[in-house]
Design a binder for this molecule. Structure first.
Ligand SMILES: Nc1nc2c(c(=O)[nH]1)N[C@H]1C(S)=C(S)[C@@H](COP(=O)(O)O)O[C@H]1N2
Ligand SMILES: [Mo]
Length: 500
């Protein structure tokens, strides 16, 4: 009697090889896996009349059919490898080698061919050989009941493994494809030119300090999305409903057609610890939230905008803040470019003066005008404050904490913020000396941070440096330490530097 064991081992090993190839292609974000490349090759090599005959029968299923036929062929060859594995090892290995070469060649002749695709083919072959060896070791000859049970167990494990790896890589690959499509849609957006000019006097140009205008790639990113929502701007809509006179649905084109206005706004995370870098400043382009609210007609009694993201995250923002004339906006650009995907593409909110968790909804798709008493938003449910006005903050950026600087003249510098109120002054205390006023930069509005600097004649030894800001209402930043939870940290940023 022919035992099916070598055949089953060979077919499973071949399937595992395919799954490994697919998985690596997905992980490397390849345009085509070895399997797809071979499928394309089959399509390319099918004679015209035959291709037509096939298409007339299966229609647009021709591509899945090509892939399926390659899978069947590989599994059949896998069965043959399994058959030969014990008695004709060299022949079996040569056949695996042929499969690897087939995958590699198919990958390389494609326009998107790459070494990673060859690697995926080789790894697939290696997985195949590894599994055949494992089957041999675990299941032996498969003659006694123990060996047969071990073999069945292994078949089950391997089959589950193939399903998980294969399925997972398909999901991952689909996401990569979607991501590329959305990046392409983003690149194709044609906005009226928005040159970005940093206002004169805003950047003090202190060496070693970050720029006043944070570049998009350096802008902090905070959200709960494991991977960001991928939204086609052509399909994006914002539904505005709830306590309004007229519901409204806005498209991306509607926003562009309204005409964009720009505003410099410093965005800041409530989780930013003292001295932390979860804060960035950029020019946002978008349309006024207040104008939209005026158009839908907010009904009496409403006090909150509950905004929801495509990924389900939500937050509540006081209507009073959104309608008091500040530059609260539905933003589509960041530093003159369409929003990066990670920063909310295609549309997000920006509200000067509030922490991001209560205002800066990225990938926003739904607005409900309501009352705070009717809902608890994502972070509020988790113990964070319901409203989140930004607290006065200041940070020393140079010298860095723990750094050693040369004795003599040096510059201490950093940033200070109290969005929508503004910063009036910054002071620095060196060791036990009295507070010294620093120079602050000139900013376009109260909605951004300022840079500050102070010249210092550094003397050898260890020194402690402390900074504090005074807001435009004359209130000095408190030294009292508070944790970021529930509504933002307080305390003075203090560092020590060595001079020598
Ligand atoms: N959809 C969505 N929007 C969100 C968040 C989120 O988790 N999901 N986090 C908010 C928080 S806590 C902050 S601080 C800002 C950060 O925006 P950024 O990543 O563009 O810097 O986005 C806000 N918008
Ligand atoms: Mo945040």
């Amino acid at each position: 009697m022919i035992t099916p064991r070598p055949l089953v081992s060979g077919v499973l090993a071949a399937a595992a090889g395919l799954a490994v190839g697919e998985a690596l292609a997905a992980v490397f974000s390849l345009r085509e896996s070895p399997l797809q490349a071979v499928g394309q090759g089959v399509i390319a090599l099918t004679p015209g009349p035959m291709a037509e005959a096939i298409i007339s029968v299966v229609g647009t299923a021709d591509k899945p059919l090509a892939i399926a036929s390659v899978v069947v062929a590989v599994l059949a060859l896998g069965a043959l490898v399994g058959r030969w594995w014990e008695a004709h090892r060299t022949r079996a290995m040569a056949l695996v080698g042929l499969l690897v070469i087939g995958g590699s060649v198919a990958v390389l002749v494609r326009t998107y061919g790459s070494a990673a695709g060859v690697f995926a083919s080789v790894a697939g072959g290696a997985a195949m050989i590894g599994l055949l060896q494992l089957f041999e070791r675990v299941a032996g000859e498969g003659v006694n009941p123990t060996e047969r049970r071990a073999f069945l167990r292994m078949v089950t494990f391997v089959a589950i493994g193939i399903a998980v790896v294969g399925g997972g890589s398909q999901v991952l690959a689909a996401r990569h494809r979607r991501r590329r499509d959305i990046e392409a849609a983003r690149a194709a957006i044609n906005l009226p030119a928005r040159p970005v000019t940093v206002p004169a006097g805003a950047d003090l140009g202190v060496s070693g300090m970050g720029p006043w205008n944070t570049p998009n790639r350096d802008f902090y990113r905070i959200d709960t999305a494991l991977s960001p929502p991928l939204i086609d701007p052509a399909e994006w809509t914002l539904r505005i409903h709830g306590m309004v006179d007229r519901e409204m649905t806005l498209t991306y084109q509607d926003i562009i057609d309204r005409g964009l206005t720009d505003a410099w706004v410093t965005l800041c995370c409530v989780s930013n610890p003292i001295g932390g870098d979860l804060i960035g400043n950029t020019v946002w382009g978008g349309v006024s939230i207040k104008e939209l609210l005026d158009e839908v007609g907010v009904q009496p009694g409403a006090d909150a905008l509950l905004s929801t993201s495509d990924d389900g995250w939500n937050c509540g923002t006081p209507l009073a803040v959104l309608t008091d004339g500040r530059d609260a906006m539905l933003a589509v650009t960041m530093n003159g470019e369409p929003l990066p995907i990670a920063h909310g593409f295609p549309v997000r909110q920006v509200v000067p003066g509030l922490y991001g968790y209560v205002s800066a909804t990225k990938w926003v798709i739904d607005w409900e005008i309501t009352t705070f008493s009717d809902f608890e938003a994502f972070w509020t449910q988790r113990g964070w404050g319901e409203r989140g006005p930004i607290k006065t903050g200041s940070r020393i950026d140079v010298p860095r904490s723990g750094e050693t600087v040369a004795p003599g003249p040096t510059t201490i510098g950093g940033v200070a913020w109290r969005q929508h109120v503004g910063i009036e002054g910054v002071e620095v205390r060196i060791d036990d000396e009295p507070w010294k006023p620093a120079e602050i930069s000139t900013v376009p509005s109260a909605d951004t941070w300022v840079q500050w600097k102070l010249d210092w004649e550094a003397t050898p030894g260890e020194h402690s440096l402390v900074v504090r800001a005074t807001d435009a209402e004359g209130v000095v930043q408190t030294a009292d330490l508070a944790d970021v939870l529930p509504d933002g940290a307080t305390g003075h940023h203090t560092i020590s530097v060595g001079v020598g």
